[in-house]
Write a new protein. Structure first.
Length: 263
């Protein structure tokens, strides 16, 4: 497994992977941070509840205000992770390199687990960098908009930031499992990424339009609930439990298919 883990890092150090993985996360987290602060208002319009990026300056001045924008785009960060895992795994099929990898590592289970762990570590480092850069941008932009940033560095603020990071990373791992499963099933980077994005974005919204309780059971909605630390319809504990169950079942199915399927 260590050999598979190390070999994956050779590919992850390529410019294209760095631009897509790290660049994608930086783009969404920084953009969301700037957007959230710049669109903050003194008082919300009556009847407007502050969904999305539009919130009050007072809310941004709370300890959790630092990561408000980042949490808001957690699903987009997840899409980047899904595409990263799907592309990195499915490219082994499309480029014909899987046979060569299996010569060096005959155990298919060790091979795919090593690849997943390498990608998971890459996402961890990329997410840390993205959040640090976004936080620096928030501290630079916030005071000019009238946001009091003193609470962000308090014990509560740092704890809120860590909790947000942990929730988003767990969500990213879930998207990684989905991306890997699609890659093994479809064996084409373009198709796997397209199907994953199509389901995660418009797909679940269409299902929600006809299934009122879909937000309590659909994988994408549960991952979003984990990223937000729970929602009004699903608690964090329930969402995390269901995501873990879905993840284990999906991972098991992926391992069986990867082990038995002809290359």
């Amino acid at each position: 497994m260590l050999a598979a883990f190390s070999s994956e890092w050779v590919k992850l150090r390529r410019r294209a992977m760095l631009l897509w993985g790290i660049g994608g996360m930086l783009f969404f987290t920084v953009l969301a941070t700037v957007f959230t602060i710049e669109r903050a208002v003194r008082t919300l319009v009556p009847g407007f509840h502050g969904h999305g990026f539009r919130i009050t300056i007072a809310e941004l001045s709370r300890p959790s205000g630092l990561v408000h924008g980042i949490v808001g785009v957690s699903n987009l960060v997840g899409i980047v992770v899904l595409a990263l895992f799907a592309g990195a795994t499915a490219s082994e099929y499309s480029q014909g390199t899987l046979r060569n990898l299996l010569v060096r590592q005959p155990s298919r289970i060790k091979l795919i687990c090593g690849k997943y762990l390498a990608l998971a570590l890459f996402v961890l480092l990329a997410l840390i960098l993205a959040i640090l850069v976004a936080a620096a941008v928030a501290f630079a932009v916030g005071p000019g908009k009238g946001v009091d940033t003193s609470a962000w560095t308090s014990g509560t603020g740092l704890n809120d930031a860590f909790q947000a990071f942990l929730h988003i990373y767990l969500t990213s791992l879930g998207y990684g499992v989905l991306g890997t499963a699609l890659a093994v099933l479809l064996r084409s980077p373009a198709i796997a990424i397209t199907v994953g994005i199509a389901y995660a974005l418009p797909g679940e919204q269409i299902i929600l339009a006809i299934w009122s309780n879909g937000d309590r059971w659909l994988p994408g909605q549960l991952l979003s609930a984990v990223a937000h630390g729970g929602t009004s319809s699903t608690s964090y504990a329930r969402a995390l439990l269901l995501v873990a169950i879905y993840g284990v079942l999906t991972a098991a199915g992926t391992l069986v298919l990867f082990r038995r399927r002809e290359i």
